[in-house]
Design a protein around this ligand. Sequence first.
Ligand SMILES: [Zn+2]
Length: 262
Amino acid sequence: MLSVMTALVDTHAHLCDPAFDSDLAQVLERAAQAGLSAVIAVAENLQDAVKTLELAASHPMIRPAAGLYPTILDMELARQMRDFIRGQKDKLAAIGEVGLDYWKVQGESDREIQREIFRGFIALGGELALPLNVHSRSAGRPAAALLLEAGARKVQLHAFDGKAAAALPAAEAGFFFSIPPSILRSEQKRKLARALPLSSLLAETDSPVLGPAPQERNEPANALVAVKAIAELKGIREEEVIEAVSENAIRLYGDSFRKPHQ
Ligand SMILES: [Zn+2]
């Protein structure tokens, strides 16, 4: 058990996923047992966002986010989501998940729509002072470039799959990179965690996916798996990593994430 004041946060999970419908309370209990103080629960669409806010109302550990998944190329849905976020801003920890996906979206005109929608969420983040919880599959470099160009300041790049060389300028600009438990089976993630300074790292799970074993349901308690892997790679103690990623989560998401662990 942890003795220091920690606020270990799973900074990216999909708790509205039906995979958690039957045992969410136990899943969160295991997360608390593992030393987590909060889980940022992202949403991919309006239905997700409504469900996630409902879940957060009955589970204080859940800190809801709302966003539109980047493969949804619909300006009207993006507008509706921006309106929803404005209306619920006091309850939201972040805007997410939003971003770019050049793996699924290949055509240049489709990618332009995607960038336009992303720019809208970046601007909204600035307007409401809400952090952005960003997806960037096969689009690490362009997503980081677009965020820098748009003047985004509070940014988490989740499950970044680009090269460390593409990540470093973004880290220098103050963006954070969250590491999922799938680091155990990803050389790219290990390179990233090794190259980035501890001051730029966060823990995440992307539950129910990106777990230690690909076929098994992932859950927030596994944020500790990512922490352990980072400690091993950097040759430092696990407690040091917990302290750093906890402080980083507070720097990005605010003081309400500072909570003594019993
Ligand atoms: Zn996700």
